[in-house]
Write a protein that binds this ligand. Structure first.
Ligand code: ZN
Length: 360
């Protein structure tokens, strides 16, 4: 058993099989898309698009799991739960549909990677297929000062751990962390690379979803499910709209407390650019995991370095890879039960928000 009601999975094929079976229970229509690459044990990898509700729905909620690969096991479990118990969790009226994209980045999920097969951080990467990537000089300074471009071994990467102090003095911790998280377009071999604007396999899949499922819709709520941010074992939600705006009030009215989001980038506004008839809103949910100390931040560049230049089968890599996976997917019964219980009421909050009038 994996967590409550066996909702959580350990591998992509396991999650895929559970999701497809749950869609059958719900009577959802499904389309399975095979990824061109396989998983670490040679297993085939699939994403699935599923739809519940009328074909000509005016309001559509698009629920995505796995944008950040390894984070996808949480979103997958919540999607499986909603499909298995759709009458209770997804009561839909005759002008509302729910479309789910299950494991939009199955390669990242299978390889316990936050990025996709091209080392693209997809959440921002999708957006930057439609807009130029702004320069990020603080990130460039970070990359150069840490010397990540010159690393040739795990030990060398571990030896960079003290160097960030210099950067914190230069830029301040907050600005440095924000610059790293904001994504960067200059270092394809580094963390938080947002790609070069070429649509990835996952972006092309979402473009197809827009073409196939949003043609008659007028309003779209995109709900992307992640892990790592927020108190451990709880879930938090946030949106990209300015604090105090009418949209901020709309989200607060339905979800209560919101997690602060100083970045303010609307990651999915591009659906409205693809489909000009659509009014879109974006909701991000995170299931909190452990809080990492400064000394543990090395796991992110180390994972990218091992993936691109190292050897995943090297025994010296194993504890670091396990640590990275556990950070994004703790996979303990306690964590799985806790985030599940915390998340379940959010289905109703999201459907109520979709049914409410939206500010112009
Ligand atoms: Zn994420």
């Amino acid at each position: 058993m994996s967590g409550p009601d066996d909702l959580f999975s350990h591998t992509v094929p396991e999650a895929h099989a559970k999701f497809v079976a749950a869609c059958d229970v719900a009577g959802a229509t499904t389309r399975v898309i095979e990824h061109p690459l396989s998983g670490p044990d040679g297993e085939p990898l699939h994403a699935t698009v599923a739809r519940l509700g009328p074909d000509d729905a005016r309001d559509v909620m698009l629920v995505i799991s796995g944008t950040h690969g390894i984070e996808g096991y949480f979103g997958s479990a919540m999607q499986i739960d909603a499909m298995r118990r759709s009458r209770d969790l997804l009561p839909l009226d005759d002008h509302t549909a729910v479309v789910m994209v299950h494991l939009v980045n199955p390669w990242g999920t299978a390889w316990s990677s936050r990025e996709n097969e091209d080392n693209v951080e997809l959440l921002r990467g999708h957006h930057f297929c439609h807009h130029p990537v702004p320069p990020n000089p603080i990130f460039d300074d970070f990359h150069e000062t840490m010397g990540y471009g010159r690393i040739t071994s795990i030990d060398e990467l571990l030896a960079t751990r003290g160097r960030a102090i210099e950067l914190v003095k230069r830029h301040g911790l907050g600005s440095l962390m924000e610059a790293i998280a904001a994504g960067q377009g200059s270092q394809p071999d580094a963390i938080t690379w947002v790609g070069d604007g070429t649509p990835t396999w996952s972006k092309r899949l979402l473009d197809q979803v827009a073409a196939e499922h949003l043609g008659t819709a007028e309003r779209l709520l995109v709900w992307d499910l992640h892990t790592a941010v927020g108190p451990p074992g709880e879930t938090v939600v946030f949106h990209p709209y300015p604090p105090g705006s009418s949209d901020d009030e709309l989200f607060r009215a339905h979800f209560g407390e919101l997690w602060p989001n100083p970045e303010g980038l609307d990651f999915y506004a591009w659906f409205g650019e693809l489909c000009p008839h659509l009014t879109t809103r974006t909701l991000i949910c995170e299931a909190g995991t452990e809080q990492l100390g400064h000394d543990d931040q090395y796991i992110f560049p180390l994972d990218v370095w091992i993936k691109l230049h190292g050897d995943r089968t090297d025994p010296a890599a194993a504890p670091h890879l396990a640590r990275y996976r556990r950070f994004f997917y703790p996979e303990t019964d306690e964590w799985m039960s806790s985030v599940h219980a915390h998340f379940v009421p959010r289905w109703r909050h999201a459907l109520d928000l979709l049914a409410a009038p939206w500010p112009a």
